[in-house]
Design a protein around this ligand. Structure first.
Ligand code: SF4
Length: 388
């Protein structure tokens, strides 16, 4: 069985106004004990899982880890020796045939010595949180880097031999206009990343900016956030420009040069097994999902006491697994094989899908069903309709 390993590093230098992740701004003195705790969790996971009645060791006996994803937070803040220890602890614990080892990095944290050390540690892919090429937009949401840092960081990474770089952009940042969005896309294409992720700004109670927008306030440049129609337009512009530049649109928010789709993230959408380590990290065994304690200090205390820091777990019912198949499967532009899913779960879905097809939400191609190209930006509405 191929297995993905996710490692969460929940620390950042400052808190971006739109961020709804559980991350802390802490002193660098907290990094080392945290890395110790995570390596302890990785090395001791078999015993910890057995004690907690999670995956039995024999179920993982033939597991071979082929992808590692170190995310956050801003894991590139860690000392390169600490990152190397995290990667090594996976290699010392699991059978590995590593094909993809990703590190999330922010442009301002990238230095020549660090980048070379990452490559030596086996990190072969950088997921780069650049979000925008407009200094006005970056400043408005409290990002630390500026446009010039992006160009500097990419040339450092290329010189260090990192051949696979993914760029993240956000559509819907305060002050974003059609013109500034077009300029960001043009600059992104000029740097020719291997992979691109484009997210639409999430507006919810989990971020300071989201709260202001929902209460119609003006702090954090909330009043300068573009409207929904404009953001959908930005997404459509990106779809056209990336397709014209030869990128393969393989998931609602993700594009890749052919053959460079994210192997690790594909596991999430295909419902393949992965184990998550660190505060707030999530795991999926195929039958059960569980998540660690999200508070980093509480996580470290639990690991120091030798306890598995699991805060939530869910054994999937057949109904829930089916929902996941539909929701995650339709995020992929290849779509889902309806006959396979109907046979596996013993259900008839044709009526539900006929309703969606009549509304123009989905299209059918033989046994495959996929979101209609013009409906990708409103996928959540389609999923709500589908799960009714
Ligand atoms: S760098 Fe990323 S994880 Fe950290 S605060 Fe900003 S958006 Fe959140």
């Amino acid at each position: 069985m191929q297995l993905g390993v996710y490692i969460q590093v929940p620390f950042c230098q400052t808190k971006c106004t739109y961020c709804n992740f559980h991350t802390d701004v802490v002193s660098a003195a907290r990094f080392r004990p945290y890395v110790e705790a995570v390596t302890r969790e990785i090395r001791g996971h078999r015993m910890l899982y057995e004690e907690a009645g999670l995956v039995r060791p024999e179920a993982l006996a033939d597991a071979v880890v082929d992808t590692i994803y170190i995310g956050g937070g801003t894991p590139s803040l860690l000392d390169s020796g600490e990152l190397q220890r995290l990667v090594e602890s996976v290699g010392e614990t699991f059978a590995t045939e590593l094909r993809e080892v990703t590190l999330e990095a922010d442009p301002e944290t990238i230095e020549e010595a660090k980048a070379r050390a990452w490559a030596r540690a086996g990190i072969n892919r950088i997921s780069f949180g650049l979000q925008s090429f407009s200094d006005r937009e970056l400043t408005a949401v409290g990002r630390r880097h500026r446009r010039a840092d992006i160009f500097r960081a990419v040339s450092i990474l290329r010189a260090a031999g990192i051949a696979n770089i993914s760029f993240d952009l956000i559509a819907g940042l305060p002050h974003q206009t059609g013109e500034s969005w077009g300029a960001s896309i043009t600059e992104l294409l000029a740097l020719a990343p291997e992979h691109v992720s484009i997210y639409m700004l999430e507006i919810d109670e989990g971020s300071r900016l989201g709260k202001e927008i929902l209460s119609e306030g003006t702090r954090y440049s909330a009043a300068a956030v573009p409207g929904d129609d404009a953001v959908v337009g930005f997404y459509e512009v990106a779809c056209g420009a990336l397709a014209a530049a030869g990128y393969h649109h393989y998931e609602i928010s993700n594009w890749a040069k052919p053959g460079l789709e994210s192997l690790h993230n594909l596991k999430y959408w295909r419902r393949e097994a992965y184990l998550g380590f660190g505060a707030g990290a999530h795991s999926f065994s195929g039958a059960e999902r569980w998540g660690n304690e999200p508070d980093a200090a509480a996580y470290v205390r639990a690991m120091e006491a030798g306890r598995l820091p699991v805060a939530e777990r869910e054994t999937l019912t057949s109904e829930r697994a089916l929902e996941e198949e539909l929701f995650l499967g339709l995020r992929q532009l290849d779509g889902i094989d309806l006959a396979r899913i109907e046979a596996r779960y013993g259900v008839q879905l044709a009526k539900r899908f006929a309703r969606l097809a009549a509304g123009g939400f989905i299209e059918q191609d033989g046994p495959l069903v996929r979101l209609a190209p013009g409906r990708l930006s409103v996928s959540n509405e389609v999923f709500v309709e589908l799960l009714r």
